[in-house]
Design a protein around this ligand. Structure first.
Ligand code: HEM
Length: 81
C-alpha cells in the first residue's frame, strides 16, 4: 500500500496551466511538474501534456527514455490515479 494520495482523472485535468498548476500522469502515477516547466530542455512543448498523460508525447519524443529523465520526473510525484 502507498502513503501517496489517490487522485481522479478529473482532478488531474483541472491542473492544465501554469496558473492552476501543471499535473501530468505517467503509468498510473501523478506528477505536479509546475516547477519544472521553466527548466524543461524542450521548452513550452511540455505544456501540451498539461492535465493529461505523458505517454503519447514521450512515444513521439524518445529522448525521454533515459534514466536521468525518469529521475527528474520522480522528484515531482504527488500521488497515484
Ligand atoms: C527534452 C524532460 C515532457 C518535448 C527533454 C530533456 C529532458 C526532458 C530532461 C532533455 C533530455 C536529454 O537531452 O537528455 C521532460 C519531463 C517532462 C517532459 C520531465 C514531463 C514531466 C515533454 C513533453 C514534450 C517534450 C510533453 C512534447 C510534447 C521535448 C523535446 C525535447 C525534450 C522536443 C528535446 C529538446 C532538444 O534537445 O532540443 N525533456 N520532458 N517533453 N523534451 Fe521533454
Amino acid at each position: 500500500t502507498s502513503a501517496l494520495p489517490v487522485y481522479t482523472l478529473e482532478e488531474v485535468t483541472k491542473h492544465c496551466s501554469l496558473d492552476n498548476g501543471v499535473w501530468v500522469t505517467y503509468k498510473g502515477e501523478v506528477y505536479d511538474i509546475t516547477a519544472f516547466v521553466a527548466m524543461h530542455p524542450g521548452g513550452d512543448k511540455i505544456l501540451l501534456a498539461a492535465g493529461g498523460s505523458l505517454e503519447p508525447y514521450w512515444a513521439l519524443y524518445a529522448v525521454h527514455e533515459q534514466d536521468h529523465v525518469f529521475e527528474i520526473l520522480s522528484e515531482y510525484k504527488i500521488g497515484v490515479l
